[in-house]
Design a protein around this ligand. Structure first.
Ligand SMILES: [Zn+2]
Length: 157
């Protein structure tokens, strides 16, 4: 069992080299069921413990262990400190969807394209046919506008 220091609703669970895993005191019993050690991966430190899950030896990270949401979502910390595992500091990593649906402006067919491309206004149509139709309508619209302009001018003069 790790040594620890309780300070109100925050508890520091002592690891090696003077490093602490910071948790809510409410999670202390749960945390003390396991032996925690310091892990360093790519200059980032976090706390981990060896557990037997479904009969298999598994290394479990403290932030993962303490966050309620499980499944495939990646748990991360708000302040970037993986040793700060208070409930307020744990969050799920939200990945931006790189692809999204857009509706063809001519026929309304739903298509998928890159989000940045849709934002740039590059995806207005679903196919070459609709693209041609869109251009045709654009030309017709401009000609119509010109006609109206002439009509207006003829009324004025
Ligand atoms: Zn279309």
């Amino acid at each position: 069992m790790n040594n620890y220091t309780v300070n109100g609703n925050i508890t520091a669970v002592h690891l090696k080299y003077g490093k602490d895993l910071i948790i809510n005191t409410a999670d202390l019993d749960k945390v003390l069921d396991h032996r925690w050690y310091l892990v360093m991966v790519r200059k980032r430190m976090y706390a981990a413990s060896n557990m037997i899950i479904k009969g298999k030896a598994t290394v479990v990270n403290a932030h993962r262990f303490l966050h309620k949401g499980h499944g495939k979502d990646k748990v991360t910390t708000v302040d970037g400190d993986a040793l700060n595992c208070t409930r307020a500091n744990l969050t799920l990593l939200k990945k931006k969807p790189r692809y999204a649906e857009y509706a063809c402006s001519i026929c309304g067919t739903l298509k998928t394209a890159r989000v940045d491309s849709i934002r740039a206004g590059k995806n207005k149509c679903c196919s070459q046919e609709c693209g041609n139709e869109s251009r045709r309508r654009g030309v017709a619209k401009r000609m119509e506008a010109k006609k109206h302009l002439h009509q207006r001018i003829s009324v004025v003069y």
